[in-house]
Design a protein around this ligand. Sequence first.
Ligand code: HEM
Length: 400
Amino acid sequence: MMRFIVTCLVIALSVYVAYHGLEYDHGFIRLTKRSPGNRTGVKAPEKSPFDDNDNLISLYMEDSDQSSYSLHYDFYQDSCPTAERIITKGIRELYAAKPSVAPSLIRLLFHDCFIEGCDASVLLDADESLTSEKEASPNQSLKGFDVIESIKSELEKVCPGVVSCADVLVLAAREAVLMAGGPFYPLETGRRDSVVAFKEIAERELPSPQASISVILARFGTRGFNERETVSLFGAHSIGITHCTFFEDRLYNFSGTGKPDPELDTGFQQELKTKCPYSASAPSPGTGVGPSMPASDYGGVSSAGGNDGVVDLSYNNEGGEENFGTRYYRRLMQKKGLMYADQQLTGREETEMWVRAYASDTQLFRRDFAMSMMKLSNYHVLTGPLGQVRTTCSKVLPKI
Ligand code: HEM
């Protein structure tokens, strides 16, 4: 009973903070039970939290008499009370020294959760019995593994074998969003770490930068994300960097035409050409990428190959409420999306309407992004007896 009351207080406080962060004042809150996509038999709800009403925020709340196999607010309250503080402090310090850790961690979270759920499988190194997800082509340009590992080692000093790498990753990414000027969102904890990795699935399922809107919606849809949620998640592309190799086909040889993508603003195209000069290894049809090609993988494109120049996704305006998200959607409206996949969001009415909405309403975007990140962070998690709590995030615990 006491635990239930404390849980309710924590949620009320979290919602209050979230609201204030979002300055959203005309909605109301409904608390529903259970976390979506828990791998201990709790199925994700068919409905999105957005389906009922635009003015409704549905938060997934753990039922007090549910089994201990579900996520909880403050799961480490007794076993490691300082866990969340250690993670928050670690990220703040690292961000102060190197702001690029924020986008790296947000992308790392996406690549982990999108493939078989938020189970830290993306963090595992290869060994004799395991092929690493890190080797999948979409993952070869991921960064931030060292950040998670260093925070995990701090935690191991205080509470050995208690806090999962999956929880470290979702909490670190939440702090990264906040540091980069994004909204706060409450998160439950109690995830466990996988003992396997999913290289082939990552290769197949992570959409390529050349993915069409149909592919994007299908991949996100399979995981329970509707158009609105999908478009809101792309707001993360307002921070960080992208390598030229991921969009230079749009500058020099779109779809094998030998010409730029007509959907790319001409002035912006010139600007990008100075940052990403033509390279003979630019992706083109025939190398397996380009919109006419199956967008099922990165076609071998990674930061290691092709043009290794980079473009700042935030256009040197990192941080701040306006810049996080809103600027990205405004640029899409001006045909200034960097990747083909980005610009595809304006390619269909069901997604374009959200691009337009987020371009003009920063608070709406912040609320939606917060909700979608919560949903992503809870996707298909391992709890209870499933998985394990690794002591080093890159290694499965040896069998005893
Ligand atoms: C169709 C979906 C998506 C595709 C094809 C895609 C692809 C990419 C690519 C190719 C990069 C550049 C990586 C590099 O050059 O090193 C990138 C960067 C990034 N992506 Fe995505 N992405 C998608 C969705 C998402 C989502 C849903 C999120 C988060 C919720 C996300 C977060 C980021 C962030 C933060 C960066 C910057 C990374 C950094 O600076 O280290 N992306 N993405």
